[in-house]
Design a protein around this ligand. Structure first.
Ligand SMILES: *[C@@H]1O[C@H](CO)[C@@H](O)[C@H](O)[C@H]1NC(C)=O
Ligand SMILES: *[C@@H]1O[C@H](CO)[C@@H](O)[C@H](O)[C@H]1NC(C)=O
Length: 461
């Protein structure tokens, strides 16, 4: 009897343990713990990042790639609500860089990036009606040709359809491509467009760059869908800034930009790692992913060509930086604010916010051996002898309405050479802040042009 009772109690003990773990499985404790950790740190795979930097220059990497599948000219669909989808590729995956190695490529990317940011400052300073306090750092050119242009969309023009790799730019308001006859054309990967018929109108004349003529090339064909009567400029005398791409698709808010011309209600893109051979899409009129972090677009009363968001704070490893949200606000005179830009590489933050972010990141990055700065980066790490996977303090952007966008480790540490030097991929700015494309990588960014909202959906390429 005593023995039976013991067996019963013993079984009962195991039964209760089983029930307890069914209700609170031990895995849950581990999961909750790691989620908590994940918010504070993210893992960077150093070897994989370095491998990509070498892959770009490997002998097996073809000079120019073409997609396997040609664009099929579907029926013309001139309605404004049809979904259009273009394939979107990192520049280095289509056109092999002219540079000898990854450090040289980085230096050239960063130099173009500085020119881009100067041109944004110049445009804003011109729009702000007050004496310019500082000398402008860049010559005032069209601004339609400044940037790094790390991503190319595959677009077809005309009938029969001719396909081109085109740079995309949220900071530009016209579409143009190089055309025959060429007074001066830089090298592009596709044959130069030979427009049917005569150009009809001088659209645009910039002192130091192209004269662009408006042509009615008509139909534009994408991976999904096509659209008629799109005006695209022809450049017959072009500078070499766009090396590889045939021209530009302007995604800005102006009347002649691509979204405005096709009366798109929205567009979205996902930028894959700029050093990878992956691809993604640029889409018009599609529904944003359901898990998007949706924040209002902010209106700049003095300049409406850029897309601004209401950033209110930043945190590192779960610690909120002690900065006033007002330092990110657009001022009544049009200065300040935070732009989301597809053509800027490195995120710029007003100096006070940058300093606080950098100091807090360094405070939590004690496991990362620090080294000298590099070009516009003042905070770099030598990861050549760390384990493959290193823990990196997690940075998050906080927007009005309590919305948080978590960045991953590759959004924060950027390889600058192939030997393991990585830099903290942010830089200071005097007035305006700009969320650049290192920080947008691997996130689908959606621009709802009707409701004036911007959506961020991490890991949705
Ligand atoms: C097309 O755009 C116009 C305004 O530009 C709008 O009134 C109309 O509802 C749109 N049509 C569709 C089908 O979305
Ligand atoms: C990279 O190329 C540049 C010239 O483009 C050269 O000066 C530099 O030494 C090279 N660096 C490495 C690590 O090979």
């Amino acid at each position: 009897m005593a023995r039976i009772q013991t067996t019963f109690l013993f079984n009962f003990f195991f039964f209760m343990c089983f029930m307890l773990f069914s209700i609170f499985p031990i895995n849950n404790f581990i999961l909750v713990h790691s989620l908590h950790q994940k918010q504070h740190f993210d893992v960077l795979n150093v070897a994989s990042s370095i491998h990509k930097t070498l892959q770009i220059f490997s002998k097996t990497s073809p000079q120019i790639r073409y997609p396997n599948r040609p664009l099929i000219p579907t029926t013309v669909t001139p309605t404004n609500s049809s979904v259009l989808s273009l394939s979107l590729h990192p520049h280095v995956s289509i056109v092999k860089p002219r540079h000898q190695n990854y450090s040289a490529l980085t230096l050239s990317r960063l130099a173009s990036d500085s020119a881009r940011v100067s041109s944004i400052h110049s445009k804003l300073q011109l729009a702000i009606p007050k004496p310019v306090l500082k000398d402008l750092q860049a010559p005032i050119t069209s601004g339609e040709s400044q940037g790094t242009f790390e991503y190319l969309a595959r677009v077809g023009f005309g009938r029969p359809v001719k396909e081109f790799y085109m740079t995309i730019d949220t900071g530009s308001n016209i579409n143009w491509l190089q055309c025959q006859p060429c007074d001066s054309c830089y090298k592009q990967s596709d044959p130069i467009f030979d427009p049917p018929g005569q150009p009809v109108l001088i659209l645009y004349h910039a002192p130091r760059s192209s004269v662009i003529l408006l042509v009615s090339t008509g139909v534009v064909v994408t991976r999904v869908g096509s659209v008629d009567n799109v005006a695209v400029g022809c450049g017959h005398d072009n500078e070499g800034l766009f090396y590889g791409s045939a021209g530009l698709i302007g995604l800005g808010a102006g009347d002649l930009s691509f979204p405005s011309q096709i009366k798109a209600t929205s567009f979205s893109y996902c930028l894959v790692d700029m050093d990878s051979h992956s691809s993604s899409t640029l889409e018009f009129n599609s529904v944003p992913p359901s898990d998007s972090i949706i924040v209002p677009m902010v209106h700049n009363p003095k300049f409406d060509a850029f897309f601004y968001v209401d950033l209110v704070g930043i945190s590192v490893a779960g610690q909120q930086l002690s900065i006033q949200p007002s330092i990110f606000q657009v001022q009544p005179d049009g200065s300040g604010g935070v732009i989301v830009d597809s053509g800027t590489v490195v995120t710029r933050l007003v100096t006070q916010a940058y300093n606080s972010l950098r100091d807090t990141f360094v405070k939590y990055a004690t496991n990362l051996p620090s080294t000298s700065g590099y070009s516009l980066f003042d905070t770099c790490f030598d990861l050549s002898s760390v384990p493959d996977d290193v823990k990196v303090p997690a940075v998050s952007f906080h927007f009005s309405g309590g919305k948080t966008l978590p960045l991953n480790s590759r959004n924060c540490l950027f390889p600058v050479d192939s030997r393991g030097k990585f830099c903290f991929a942010f830089a200071p700015s005097e007035s305006v802040s700009i969320i650049g494309n290192i920080q947008q990588q691997e996130t689908r960014v959606s621009y709802d042009l009707t409701s004036k909202l911007i959506g961020f959906s991490p890991n949705k390429c």
